[in-house]
Design a protein around this ligand. Sequence first.
Ligand code: ADP
Length: 478
Amino acid sequence: MAHDRLDILLVAPKNPRADGFAQRLAQCTRPRLDVTRATTMDHATSLAAAGQFDLALLDFELVPDVRRGFLLLSTALHALPIVLSVPDDAEAELRRVLPEGVLDYVRRDSDHPHVLERLLHYASQRSETLRSLREAEARLRGIVETISEGVLIVDDGGAVLYANPAAETVLARPLVEILGAPTGFQVPDTSPGVVEVFGGRHEPARLHVTVGSMTWEGRPARLVTLRDVTAQMETEENLRRSRDEAQRTAGLKTAFLANMSHELRMPLASIIGFAQILRDGLEDHEFREFADSIITSGNRLLETITSVLDLTRLDANAVQAQARPVSVASVAREAVGMLGALASRKGLPVEIETAEGDDTVHADPAVLRRILNNLVGNAIKFTEKGSVRVRIEPDGSFVRVHVVDTGIGISEAFLPQLFDEFTQESSGYDRSHEGSGLGLAITRRLCALIGAEIGVESEPGRGSTFTVVIPHSQAWTD
Ligand code: ADP
């Protein structure tokens, strides 16, 4: 709207009285009125659809039902703001109509052009203000109606005056049931809280509710927002339960380790010890063999118990590696030395080869010894002829250790489970080799403890190569 000019759509029939009114309008200069005249309603409708008018000025005779007439006109004029031009004696009648959307009226016969100027100017200003208010309200309503939180406006008595579409979803009740009725839950006084609501459901939903004070249509009211937190709270509860359970299990594990380590090993050590004494004192050959059986089985059981406890301690992070610089070749020599008797009983040569370069790594020597001990022990166990070789290759920032045997090898199908607990390639009572299937599971965890990686290549009938890649220095600590 330009302030010095108004574009007016004058809807007036063709007759001398209306022509006179149009002439008086033409005398208005502040603001200047650019008047486009339509003499029929159809003409006015098409002009209103096409043009940019500030106002429509209606100079028709009033129909008997003023209200209805006005509504029809307003629709036909595409909601253009309307000012009526009326005969002086129609004022009383008009006052009833004004609140319904007529911006103002002018007295067609008596109003001086100056009065017309002023009336039309203010009417157009009011229409401008009304339009921006309506736009602002539509924008806000659009926001409130699209947000995913439920919004309620509740009066002093607890009845719902307004609910947005999300409130229907959150409360699982249709709008017609929500509006005018009590909320169905205790609205917290001030601070936010969580309430349980059945709504239209079988299971209660948990809603996070916030409350604020506001004025709604001149009366104090509360603005209530609702967010369904049922799923979120369930997830949190599950997480808390799992964490408590994990903590309880970890506590049990620690207690188990402390008690069992002692309670299992001690009696077993006495069984083995007394069986040895018995054997030495026994004359009868058959009874000596019985005592030998007790000793052998006792030792196997002790090994298994030790492995299970080791694995549990590793899983419970109860094993601390004490890193220091150590030569891989010297640890390999110790491991091979410990297993020498086993190898020579089978007539197997065990060799150590060291390639050029620095073989020092920063690791716990005891852990490294156990890794190599397990691998060389397995290599001897699963090899009947040929040899076992330990090859040490410094390579950049790593030292690679290959434990190579010419034994039975491992099938491709078994390889993926090789490092799992309690797995062995030959299983059942008729399996060919003893063992608990824990050695490699422990070895893999020990490797992780010193930052090393373990891998394997194998061909059934030809042998296996286990490779451990140890970093010279470990970049992190456990
Ligand atoms: P176990 O105590 O039974 O030897 P391990 O975890 O050390 O347990 O080994 C698991 C299985 O992996 C063995 O039973 C065997 O089938 C296979 N295996 C391990 N090392 C070798 C090897 N050097 N050659 C052939 N098979 C092997």
